[in-house]
Design a protein around this ligand. Structure first.
Ligand SMILES: [Zn+2]
Ligand SMILES: [Zn+2]
Length: 391
């Protein structure tokens, strides 16, 4: 293994991260980002660099030795439609769009790992560097998988990470099993007969029925789920076609549900349908319910999470590795890859003073870059350790 100039690597990664930060691109629009990533991977001398996988996704492949095993390391590239309030020299040049989730940092860290592994080697097998589009939509991983990711670039296991505001830089945490939740969306449409606000009895307006439905939905978690199951049901919008002096004939209720087990998601859907139908019947309205699954729960494989801890201890130091992180009710598109191969997703500190994710004042902390890059490289070297002594 050739020695790496870490100071130089940090300088490079910081420059890449700030360049990406200044040019944020929304999901499936990451053309510039993808070209940037592909050009760097080619410059590092990877064996294969393929663009346009699942829209704007990029896959790089690096092979060393004769081993048949392959692992994948994944980063996300997309930004958010949030107007930035950061006043740095590298602030977004695209009004209304910013890297508010740190995917600029994730991309720079994985590029850093690719450079380390291409220059330094120290493994036997194949590494697939996956740069996915559209993580925030929960659509980019599926797009890559539907484009034949597993068949074209086969791998046995996959690793990913996310920065974590509030956690000090240089700290690492994850857990075995469910760590991030499923996200389901629902829409309930109530139809009745609108009319004059002064004469409700001449029609059958839908707003009171909609309000009763919103209240009744609150009983799913409190009265239908087991107290030991985690579930969240949030009604986020109530829209009607009424005006100040006219009652609505149409009301739409939109919402979002989170859970960690498919059985809980199924229960929330079933109860949402029962409550919507029962409440609509009680008020004499017609009702239509649609329920969709946007993100699946993220379940860390027990054995591979053990390997992630081992790699993290080498990079962060054992005292900085927490093995029992709290599960989070946020969602992550990485979970889709885990429907095909086992893997592990982890969090690394973005600093205690970091603004929260998806906040207009959020900025990725460049001090975290080297930890992420070294972690990616370390897990590769541990998982694809050469079996014979190197000369
Ligand atoms: Zn995000
Ligand atoms: Zn994110």
């Amino acid at each position: 293994m050739v020695g790496i100039d870490f100071d130089r690597l940090v300088e490079d990664m910081t420059a890449w991260r700030r360049d990406l930060h200044a040019h944020p691109e929304f999901g499936f629009e990451e053309q510039r980002t993808a070209s940037f990533v592909a050009a760097k991977l080619r410059e590092f001398g990877l064996d294969e660099v393929v663009e346009g996988v699942g829209g704007t996704g990029v896959v790089g492949r690096l092979k060393r030795g004769s081993g048949n095993r392959a692992i994948a390391l994944r980063a996300d590239m997309d930004a958010l439609r949030i107007p930035e309030q950061v006043e740095q020299s590298y602030r977004s040049t695209r009004p209304g769009t910013m890297h508010a989730c740190g995917h600029d940092g994730h991309t720079a860290m994985l590029l850093g790992a690719a450079k380390m592994l291409a220059e330094g080697g120290g493994f036997d097998g194949t590494v697939c560097f996956i740069f996915q589009p559209a993580e925030e939509w929960g659509k980019g991983a599926l797009a890559m998988l539907d484009d034949g990711l597993m068949e074209r670039f086969p791998f046995d296991e996959i690793y990913g990470l996310h920065n974590m505001p509030g956690l000090p830089v240089g700290r690492f945490e994850t857990r075995v099993g469910a760590i991030m939740s499923a996200e389901d969306n629902f829409e309930i449409v109530l139809k009745g007969v609108g009319g004059h606000a002064a004469r409700p009895h001449w029609g059958n307006e839908t707003l009171v029925a909609a309000c009763a439905t919103v209240v009744n939905l609150q009983t799913i978690v409190s009265r239908r789920l087991s107290p030991t199951d985690i579930g969240v049901v949030s009604v986020t919008e109530l829209l009607t076609d009424g005006t100040r002096n006219a009652l609505p004939g149409l009301s739409r209720i939109l919402g979002d549900a989170r859970s960690f087990r498919p059985e809980v998601s199924a229960k929330i859907e079933a109860e949402t349908r029962v409550i919507a139908k029962g409440t609509a019947d009680a008020y004499g309205c017609e009702v239509e319910v649609s329920y969709t699954r946007e993100f699946v729960p993220l379940i860390n494989d027990p054995a591979l999470t053990g390997h992630a801890f081992a790699a993290a201890q080498a990079v962060f130091g054992p005292e900085n590795v927490a093995t029992a992180a709290e599960p989070m009710t946020g969602s992550e598109d990485f979970a889709r890859f885990l429907e095909h191969v086992p893997g592990c997703f982890v969090f690394i500190g973005n600093g205690e003073t970091s603004a929260p994710l998806h906040n207009p004042r959020y900025d990725f902390n460049d001090d975290a870059l080297i930890f992420g890059a070294r972690y990616h490289a370390e897990i590769t070297r541990q998982r694809l350790a050469p079996t014979e002594p190197r000369p």
